[in-house]
Design a protein. Structure first.
Length: 320
């Protein structure tokens, strides 16, 4: 009976869940052995929470896009642009700048979704183009300078301590929980899985594929904007290096969590574990004085390995 339970078929079905869980356990043990001071104090835990929270929000949006079988390379650029808009406009219009930043993010999501859904431009090409537009706008808005805000209310959005943890943590968990609810408990979530699993079948089932694709890209950009706003609040401003090296770790977090690049498999619920692994690994390697470029190589290798292990090769030709 045990032999039938632990079969090759069972392993293939559950590999996308087993690998990140096993990897997380091994990672925690390895980092503690390599550096006994890793997460040894509450302050170090808080530092890690700050780094994980805004990252998780952005990764949730990217997960929805990948779950649909598409890509969005504009996430870091939209995040940067929203952070810059928030920081630049805050001194003149206060918290109304949040609305402006979010609206800009939604516009980019609408453009990305429209380019894919209506004009059939591959998502990787469309979002690479819009990411360049967002980068250029951020440069123009900032004038190439770092924008700092000293108003305590600005920073309080993300740094107010509640039960020993910063408010940005609760924002992140709330948004993650909403995304999990959206994908598992609503008709829209089931449509996202349907489009990611079989787009032709989804159309035959009467699903408005164009609408689903457009809405998913808008949600992704919305979450990127929120992540940018909270990050700007956390560091008390914005600079042009925000998000520059985050694309590879973001993708790594999604695929390490178990969401297949071909779509239809995985979900936001798994991305939380992927973010934990990638951010803990980044923090641990940083404490071990591993060069940033080497860390990027490691993240890229992890993403490629997980993509190979979880991708459905029968569906590679229909990836958008």
């Amino acid at each position: 009976m045990a032999q039938a339970w632990f079969s090759r078929e069972w392993l293939q079905r559950n590999i996308s869940t087993l690998i990140p869980i096993t990897g997380f356990i091994v990672l925690v043990i390895a980092l503690r052995m390599a550096n006994p001071y890793f997460l040894a104090t509450w302050d170090s835990v808080i530092t890690l929470v700050y780094g994980m929270s805004w990252f998780l929000i952005a990764a949730c949006g990217l997960t929805l896009v990948i779950l649909m079988g598409s890509f969005d390379f504009s996430v870091p650029s939209v995040l940067k642009l929203s952070a810059m808009i928030f920081a630049v406009l805050y001194p003149s219009i206060g918290f109304s700048s949040i609305i402006v930043a979010i609206l800009v993010g939604l516009i980019f999501g609408l453009i990305n979704g429209t380019l894919l859904a209506r004009f059939n431009i591959p998502s990787f090409m469309a979002t690479l183009a819009t990411s360049m537009v967002a980068e250029g706008l951020a440069q123009v808005i900032s004038g190439g300078y770092t924008r700092m805000i000293t108003d305590p209310a600005f920073r309080a959005i993300s740094t107010t301590m509640i039960l020993g943890l910063p408010s940005i943590f609760y924002w992140a968990i709330a948004i993650w929980a909403i995304c999990v609810f959206l994908t598992f408990m609503t008709p829209f979530g089931r449509m996202v899985y349907a489009v990611g699993s079989n787009i032709v079948g989804a159309r035959l089932a009467g699903i408005n594929v164009r609408m689903v694709r457009t809405l998913v890209f808008m949600i992704c950009s919305l979450l990127a904007s929120i992540a940018g706003i909270l990050y700007a609040s956390q560091i008390q401003g914005a600079h042009m290096q925000v998000g520059v090296l985050d694309m590879i770790p973001l993708f790594a977090s999604v695929v390490v969590g178990g969401t297949a690049l071909t779509g239809g498999v995985g979900g936001v619920h798994r991305t939380l574990l992927g973010v934990l692994i990638i951010r803990w690994l980044d923090s641990g390697l940083s404490m071990l004085a591993i060069d940033l470029n080497v860390r990027m190589i490691i993240f890229g290798a992890i993403a490629i390995t997980m993509a190979i292990l979880t991708i459905d090769r029968r569906r590679i030709r229909i990836m958008k």
